[in-house]
Design a protein around this ligand. Structure first.
Ligand code: ATP
Ligand code: SF4
Ligand code: MG
Length: 320
């Protein structure tokens, strides 16, 4: 069976006043049907840029220089903006944003905002009454209080967690094959975050959708995902089944991320150093300035990813 989403060799750069910034340089991932893929990495590693490239919403200063983004067998990079809008975004790919407050307009009722999405992206031949019915049943499933009259209320009449559930309903409304979520629970308290992650996992299984979930939190990856793609400085450094990667991480960056996870480490120190600027990437391994296992070759040659015994693909000169 073909994967729902396959990204291979993706390179994206931004034109800036200080020159070309190489933000993604050989990112790859594969998401199978009915699975949850976690994309994880520190701030500035390129997670949101990757998502924007997949959805075709990169800013004007960005350019895709190489690679493929294949969704349900079709290369999205050849779609025009109009085709993406009419055939892909909102209908076949749903999106759950990070900040529910910024994503709902406070002056319009929730119903008018969610129904507008459905009007633009729902399958032809479906009526407004069908859309209302679909939204109410999703709101009920997402445990939004008072689902029958929720569409008549304004965003401020919901809590942060409830607003995020409204946006999950919006993302699922047109029955997409793929849902992309960019750190959708970061702004929520731990209990609400946990409830929403559980619901998302149940919905993936019930509705047979696939979920690409961006996070900086390996605890979230462990709780929610089937596979994981670890990104560092615009490159995939380790990817594979969650159990293999989290139980026996091979790449020094994955090891360092895990070591500084609060549940794994008594002394939370973080990883020394910072992610390099996309304007000044190291020539060899991009993690070399922060790595405890560096060898002379690491500074000159960029390692390629190889399959390890664990089942993960790892970009590091150590065979592990
Ligand atoms: N419009 C832009 N012009 C120039 N550089 C940009 C632009 N947008 C993002 N970048 C740079 O691209 C890199 C990756 O940014 P991105 O937002 O994709 O990271 P991220 O992994 O999503 O981070 P976070 O976890 O903070 O959301 C950063 O160095 C950022 O400064
Ligand atoms: S290639 Fe070298 S510098 Fe890079 S992660 Fe592996 S050991 Fe560290
Ligand atoms: Mg981001």
């Amino acid at each position: 069976m073909i994967p729902v989403l396959s990204v291979q060799g993706l390179k994206v750069s931004f034109r800036t006043d200080a020159g070309m910034a190489s933000v993604l340089d050989d990112v790859g991932l594969t998401l199978e049907r009915g699975q949850v893929l976690g994309v994880v990495g520190e701030s500035g590693c390129g997670k949101s840029t990757l998502i924007r490239a997949i959805m075709g919403i990169l800013p004007g200063a960005a350019r895709v220089n190489a690679g493929q983004i294949v969704f349900e067998g079709e290369n999205l990079l050849v779609f025009t903006e109009r085709e993406l809008n009419q055939q892909i975004r909102g209908s076949r790919i749903g999106f759950i944003p990070q900040d529910p407050l910024l994503s709902l307009n406070p002056v319009f009722k929730v119903g008018s905002q969610l129904l507008e999405i459905m009007r633009d992206h729902a399958p032809p031949g479906t009526s407004r009454a069908d859309h209302i019915q679909r939204l109410v049943s999703l709101l009920r499933r997402l445990q939004v209080p008072g689902p029958d009259n929720a569409l008549e209320r304004y965003p401020h009449q919901f809590s942060g967690g409830q607003r995020q559930r409204l946006l999950i309903a919006a993302a699922l409304a047109c029955s997409p094959g793929l849902v992309i979520a960019d750190e959708p629970t970061t702004a929520l308290d731990v209990t609400t975050q946990h409830e929403i992650l559980l619901l998302l996992r149940e919905l993936v299984d019930e509705l047979d959708i696939s979920l690409l979930f961006v996070t900086h939190d390996l605890g979230v990856v462990a709780a929610l995902c089937d596979t994981v793609c670890v990104i560092y400085a615009g490159q995939t450094v380790e990817s594979g089944p969650v159990e293999a990667v989290l139980r026996a991480p091979s790449h020094p960056y994955t090891q360092a991320l895990l070591a500084c996870h609060p549940e794994r480490s008594v002394s939370f120190t973080g990883i020394g150093g910072t992610v390099p600027s996309p304007l000044r990437m190291p020539t060899g391994c991009r993690f070399a300035p922060r790595c405890g296992y560096t060898e002379p070759i690491c500074a000159v040659a960029l390692p390629i990813a190889t399959r390890r015994k664990s089942g993960a693909d790892v970009r590091c000169v150590h065979s592990g």
